[in-house]
Design a protein around this ligand. Sequence first.
Ligand code: NDP
Length: 449
Amino acid sequence: MNEYLSKVIEHTQQLNADQPEYMQAVKEVLNSIEPVIERHKEYEECALLERMVEPERCILFRVPWVDDNGKVKVNRGYRIQYSSLIGPYKGGLRFHPSVNLSIMKFLGFEQIFKNALTGLPIGGAKGGSDFDPKGKTDGEIMRFCQSFMTELYRHIGADVDVPAGDIGVGAREIGYLFGQYKRIRDAYEGGVLTGKDISYGGSLARKEATGYGLMFFMREMLSAHNNSLQGKTVTISGSGNVAIYACEKAQAMGAKVVAMSDSNGCIYDENGIDLDCIKEIKEVRRGRIKEYLNTHPEAEYFENTGSHSPVWNIKTDIALPCATQNELNLESAKILVQNGVIAVGEGANMPCTQDATDYLLEHNVLVAPAKAANAGGVATSAIEMSQNSMRFYYTFEEVEAKLEKIMIHIFNECKTASDDFGHHGNYVIGANIAAFQKLASAMIAQGIV
Ligand code: NDP
């Protein structure tokens, strides 16, 4: 391996030995950009990689709040302002008990590459808390969000840092966060958060954007290999924002989605998933996916047991991991390949473990990498920001058309980079190289900062 690259990986490993997810994301990128580093000896002189693997700023704060029984609780809040090279820091907030510094940094790192691929002026960030929204009342969620924003407000702004949603943070949470921000600032600054409800400054099609964008990318990728979604079976992990709208678009494109899941287990409906029922359970009642069986007794339910999710045991043409990081491991990849999978599309961030990705690629499975394939959400957030600046709204169809164009552009960028560097059909490497080249140029242009 290139000496400079291995030196940086080793040093970063020493500095972040306790951060496995972060190191996984860093190694995945650095290992795939070797041919670019070989061509640019000048990167070492300006410590370009060393700067790229160090976030500009990591903010860590206390979030005290009071539950419905009057008990005081304390959670930890994070905001990783990873890079402002090509625009204001931009990236979602995640509320989930697993949140820690390693996960926040891996998500922030991935975000700078993803945002660069969109071609839009947005830097990269991520934030959140180890707060668990499951089982909390509306009042508890509101008080938590208000306390979270009471610290976060001083670090964000429409031209500084623009958070959005992620796991556990949807329209309800964004509403409470925005309300508190507006109250503290005593001003309506719509562009400070994205994923807002339509009633007070949100964009049409933002809710659908990540899932729809994933399917536009899948369509382009399959078409480049003389294939399509028409008549294919699809399995999807998760039943949250990304999963639901990936399912909706997959169905609209003529595919048959047969399975979806949540953190407890998965449902299999060989007749095709009834998405209205999933929306009712997840978006309205905030229930468990198992409840699907109450109205669809012909469907089957498989409980999660070990680290391998049962959703990947189901025979499918296309698998879409849309829940969380490292949810599709080597064992899952082997079963998918054995069952004849042709493509895997990453709706979630880093859902495949490194050995799973390697195994899929070695077995000629097309892999749509998260950085590129799920970038439709943040791209539409940028469209929401521009609408807020213009004080003008686009129609649903206008936003969707812009999203589609962006996803086609992203696919073409990945394809061109993978072809240019002799990795035809490997869009994982293509995405990393395309994004890295853009970030590296901006870094060189802006000097040592
Ligand atoms: P949601 O909170 O809406 O949904 C998350 C889904 O994943 C739920 O079905 C949840 O099940 C499941 N899930 C969460 N954690 C785990 C876990 N540890 N094990 C198994 N299942 C789990 O989140 P989103 O749909 O917004 O996000 C999903 C993924 O997509 C994340 O990786 C996120 O970073 C990524 N992403 C999201 C974007 C967006 O616009 N929302 C944009 C780009 C990427 P349960 O309900 O049981 O917890």
